[in-house]
Design a protein around this ligand. Structure first.
Ligand SMILES: *Cc1c(COP(=O)(O)O)cnc(C)c1O
Length: 735
């Protein structure tokens, strides 16, 4: 099994800088701004045209650009340094992991997720869950944690959002050109694209395998769009989260059972599995089955599988948990179930939802039963999840329900703006040049206090202007290309004012996020945004799930307000929220607002991205902000509970906060036109949020919590279990 970069397609790249091709196929460049500059300097126009996809750019750049770079001493100097750093990164002498877990054979963790948000050139994600998964594996790479990741090759995965003049969201699918993206075919021993059969499912499903290199972590992507499959099975990996239940089930069978099989086919020696949300949980069945078939006593097999399975649940929203009816399960698992030595009823009992027994299979309940280590994604969510799932442990008091809390974190090098980073460099370098390896250490962030207020404020102003310029540029191009409706132009940010206090709100338009909360009292809102001395403007962005009519209606309502002259162009809605726009927004607005229904936000991560860039959070105390808020780093308020549709009280709290605290602080300037108290708060935000809510802290928490268990239970490498095909067991191991 191998992957090979198709070097022959890059014959036009001169030998001297041929390393650019290796760099293009490893996403390492995407979180090292000095590396991405190499691509930008090579061919600025094509870099932009390709939407920062280096593979496409290298393929489409004419030879004279390469010749110019290959004879430019300045370019070559940079190139040599970057290539040296890249090669050193790929083969490090040591790492955090090696230092902390020395002397052991490193046990590899397989990380399964239905989405991965890595970079806008790879549209394999829908929202926060995917971005989190991407950040998780980037951090694993940086820390040297041995990991392989498995996900889907969504060929038509990414739905762009186009706003109609009446504010209705239209979805436009982007088709990925796999031959011009940083993905590689995995080849079998005969040099053909590796195809693996998902075991025991009938009619059979086959998956072809692709690979994305994320620093040191390989991400394998499953692709069902191949001739070997029946037409209805070919579409399994077309899109994220197929709505129709049977399609969704097939998707999860492919991810869990297929994913596991693919790792075997690749000869990946891993010892534990981390399931990022329940979509991939069927992998547990396959792990169990293989041990049973290999002759392991059932108790031991179950104990080993549980002891090496890690499951992270990400949402308290009931509708977000996958639940499959029994007849549907039977269609696929009747043929599978005997190999576990179970009766059908025993099999269905594994996924029984204690709240809602009935003939259904709940993936979250199943994953919780079958993993020893499971967690929610913030302290508050841990509490909520313990309460939610206590019926699974009826003998335990609530506080002993074994669901831990590991608060999410974001990959700091991916989300910290490089200008802010350069500013830290200037002050940190003097005393701690290695801060980049240690940025989850709160002590080093004290240096932020040494940055002069006007410098930090200056960078922030620059980022704000850059955001506005980007938004205008997007509109300009669309207007030129499609004769965009003038009402849309006005609604979408053309009238943004760089001197006005700017509040950003961008996320999925799920109902519980209450994007429209500030529209509860239009007169009050009117007086806030049109305040003559202290104007406030709002930038909204985000997509509704294509099937979520309620979400689309909320979005439409906001869009129509943004077209309403009453609000003077101070409310805007920016279409097509995604990773790239998120980056500009969390770095460029003044305040990041979040207004979920209390107890519904498991964690939230965009506020972490904002906070580490000095953008102040104004949020309901829910999810991560319950623990992130310290009274000095932004604004927090208890949402009204119990909720019962009671939005007005929360809206009033927000109006009061903006009028009495946020706006006065922002507009209180000294002679130098710097709001020093505001900058104080920005510093406090950076200091308190960057070290604590970064993915280094998160990943280390995970490793410390579950790795000892993994080491204890994973005596035998899983590869020995490879190649085991369907055999039926005569007895039930759990009896
Ligand atoms: C960070 C991020 C999210 C997650 O945002 P929440 O705060 O969890 O709502 C969603 N989408 C994109 C593109 C992101 O970058």
């Amino acid at each position: 099994m191998k992957t090979e970069i198709p070097y022959d397609r890059f014959a036009h790249v001169p030998e001297r800088i041929f390393g650019l091709v290796d760099l293009a196929y490893n996403l390492w460049w995407s979180w090292h701004s000095s590396a991405s500059i190499l691509f930008k300097l090579l061919n600025r126009a094509e870099w932009k045209m390709s939407r920062h996809n280096p593979v496409r750019m290298l393929l489409e750049t004419p030879p004279r650009f390469f010749e110019r770079a290959a004879t430019n001493p300045e370019y070559l100097r940079r190139y040599d340094i970057i290539m040296f750093r890249f090669r050193e990164y790929m083969e490090p002498r040591t790492s955090w992991f090696a230092e902390h877990y020395p002397g052991r054979v490193p046990l590899t963790i397989a990380y399964l997720s239905s989405e991965f948000g890595l970079h806008h050139s790879l549209p394999f994600y829908a929202g926060g869950l995917g971005i989190l998964a991407g950040d998780h594996i980037k951090a694993s790479s940086d820390l040297g944690v041995p990991m392989v990741a498995v996900g889907f090759m969504y060929a038509e995965g990414y739905l762009h959002q186009h706003m109609e003049a009446d504010g209705w969201q239209k979805n436009v699918a982007e088709i990925l050109d796999r031959d011009a993206a940083p993905v590689l075919r995995v080849l079998d021993d005969n040099g053909r694209h590796l195809v693996v059969r998902v075991p025991l499912i009938d009619p059979p499903i086959y998956v072809a395998v692709w690979k994305v290199q994320v620093g040191r972590v390989p991400l394998y992507l499953l692709d069902t769009h191949i001739d070997e499959n029946l037409p209805e099975n070919q579409s399994i990996s077309h899109r994220l989260y197929l709505k129709e239940l049977e399609c969704r089930l097939r998707q999860e069978i492919v991810l869990g059972i297929g994913g596991r099989k693919v790792l075997h086919a690749l000869g990946v020696d891993y010892s534990a599995m981390h399931l990022n949300e329940g979509h991939s949980a069927f992998a547990i069945l396959e792990r169990l089955r293989e041990r049973l078939v290999a002759g392991m006593p059932p108790d031991e097999a179950l104990e080993k599988v549980r002891g090496t399975s890690i499951f992270t649940t990400h949402t308290p929203v009931p509708a977000a948990h996958d639940i499959f009816p029994e007849d549907l399960m039977a269609r696929y698992f009747r043929s599978y179930c005997p190999s576990l030595g179970m009766t059908w009823d025993e099999f269905m009992a594994l996924g029984k939802d204690p709240h809602n027994p009935g003939a259904r299979f709940n993936m979250t309940a199943f994953a919780l039963r079958m993993s020893l280590f499971h967690n929610g994604v913030s302290r508050r969510h841990g509490e909520v999840a313990r309460e939610m799932w206590q019926p699974l442990w009826p003998d335990l008091p609530l506080e002993e329900v074994p669901i831990d809390a590991i608060t999410n974190g974001v990959h700091l090098p991916s989300w910290l703006n490089h200008r802010i980073e350069a500013l830290f460099d200037r002050y940190m370098d003097v005393i701690y040049p290695n801060w980049r390896e240690d940025y989850d250490n709160p002590i080093i962030w004290e240096v932020v206090d040494e940055i002069p207020d006007n410098e930090l404020w200056g960078e922030h102003q620059w980022l704000k202007m850059k955001l506005f310029a980007r938004l205008r540029e997007r509109k300009r191009l669309k207007w030129a290309g499609h004769r965009e409706e003038p009402a849309n132009l006005a609604a979408e940010g053309l009238m943004l004012d760089t001197s006005a206090l700017t509040i950003g709100f961008a996320r999925r338009f799920a109902e519980y996020k209450r994007a429209d909360l500030i529209f509860e009292d239009l007169d009050r809102l009117d007086s806030i945004v049109n305040n003559r001395w202290r104007p406030v403007q709002f930038i909204f962005s985000g997509k509704a799930h294509p099937a979520d009519e309620k979400g689309k209606r909320i979005l439409q309502r906001i869009y129509q307000y943004s077209q309403d002259p009453r609000f003077g162009g101070r409310i805007s809605f920016i279409e097509d929220y995604g990773e790239q726009l998120a980056r500009y927004m969390v770095q460029g607005v003044d305040v990041w607002m979040n207004t979920p229904v209390p107890l519904m936000e498991a964690s939230g991560t965009s506020g972490m991205k904002a906070g580490m860039n000095g953008v102040l959070n104004l949020s309901v105390l829910d999810g991560w902000w319950v623990e992130g808020y310290n009274g000095r780093n932004g604004w927090g308020f208890e949402g009204h509970t119990p909720y019962a549709g009671n939005n007005r009280a929360d809206a009033d709290t927000i109006y009061d906060l903006i009028e009495n605290e946020v706006a006065p602080l922002y507009y209180s300037r000294t002679m130098d036109n710097v709001p020093h108290k505001w900058v104080q708060m920005m510093k406090e935000s950076i200091k308190s949020i960057a070290p604590e809510y970064c993915s280094f802290r998160m990943l280390k928490d995970y490793i410390r919590s579950y790795y000892p268990s993994v080491c204890m239970y994973a005596a035998e490498p899983e590869r020995q279990l490879a190649g085991i095909e369907g055999v039926c067991l005569p007895t039930n191991p759990f009896r």
